[in-house]
Design a protein around this ligand. Sequence first.
Ligand SMILES: *Cc1c(COP(=O)(O)O)cnc(C)c1O
Length: 226
Amino acid sequence: METMNRADGLAAVRAEITRACRDAGRDPGRVTLVAVAKTFGPDAIEPVIGAGQRVFGENRVQEAKAKWPPLIARHPGLELHLVGALQSNKAREAVALFDAIHSVDRESLAVALVKEIARQVRKPLLFAEINTGAEPQKAGVRPQDADGFLTACRDRHGLTISGLMCIPPGDEAPAPHFALTAKIARRNGLAFLSMGMSADYPVAIAFGATHVRVGTAIFGVRPPAV
Ligand SMILES: *Cc1c(COP(=O)(O)O)cnc(C)c1O
């Protein structure tokens, strides 16, 4: 995979997004590709920026903090999204660095974010993560608690959540999970849906995804975590 041409990977994903939008009767301009660069260094990321990609995702605050400031300084206009779990004690760093956070899933985190958003006068786009499979080991709000959580964020904490995110269970068909997430978003009046990874982003687009989070299909297989 070291020799994989990442600009070609990006072009293939863009073409597939366009095709999926055409099939769904949707405007490709309404689907944001978040290129998830976790574990990859600047040498892998630069060619993808060179090919025109501007929105990138990371799943760990520390890794992003080490990697992105020089890239952002070199390439004005980049947008950085946190797609992985966020600890409340990292809210300050996350609000400073990220333009979007896809993983709001607890009131304690909502409180920490409200405070930092006010303090830093930054306004990242926020998604609540829904644990659609109700998997005990997985982050996210249970579907039956989603409406209550969103109401609490808005009315109790004054936090604006703009969309929902889900990661379907690895061993299940993703479509019902995307459909459920879209339904919860619709009844709560939320405009954005972060759904779909390398294996299933065309399906997610059929169910209304506005943000697809794609890593492997662009960057290649990640080295095993250390
Ligand atoms: C790694 C990751 C992705 C990208 O996954 P791929 O299968 O490599 O496309 C998307 N979303 C989250 C939350 C991730 O951690």
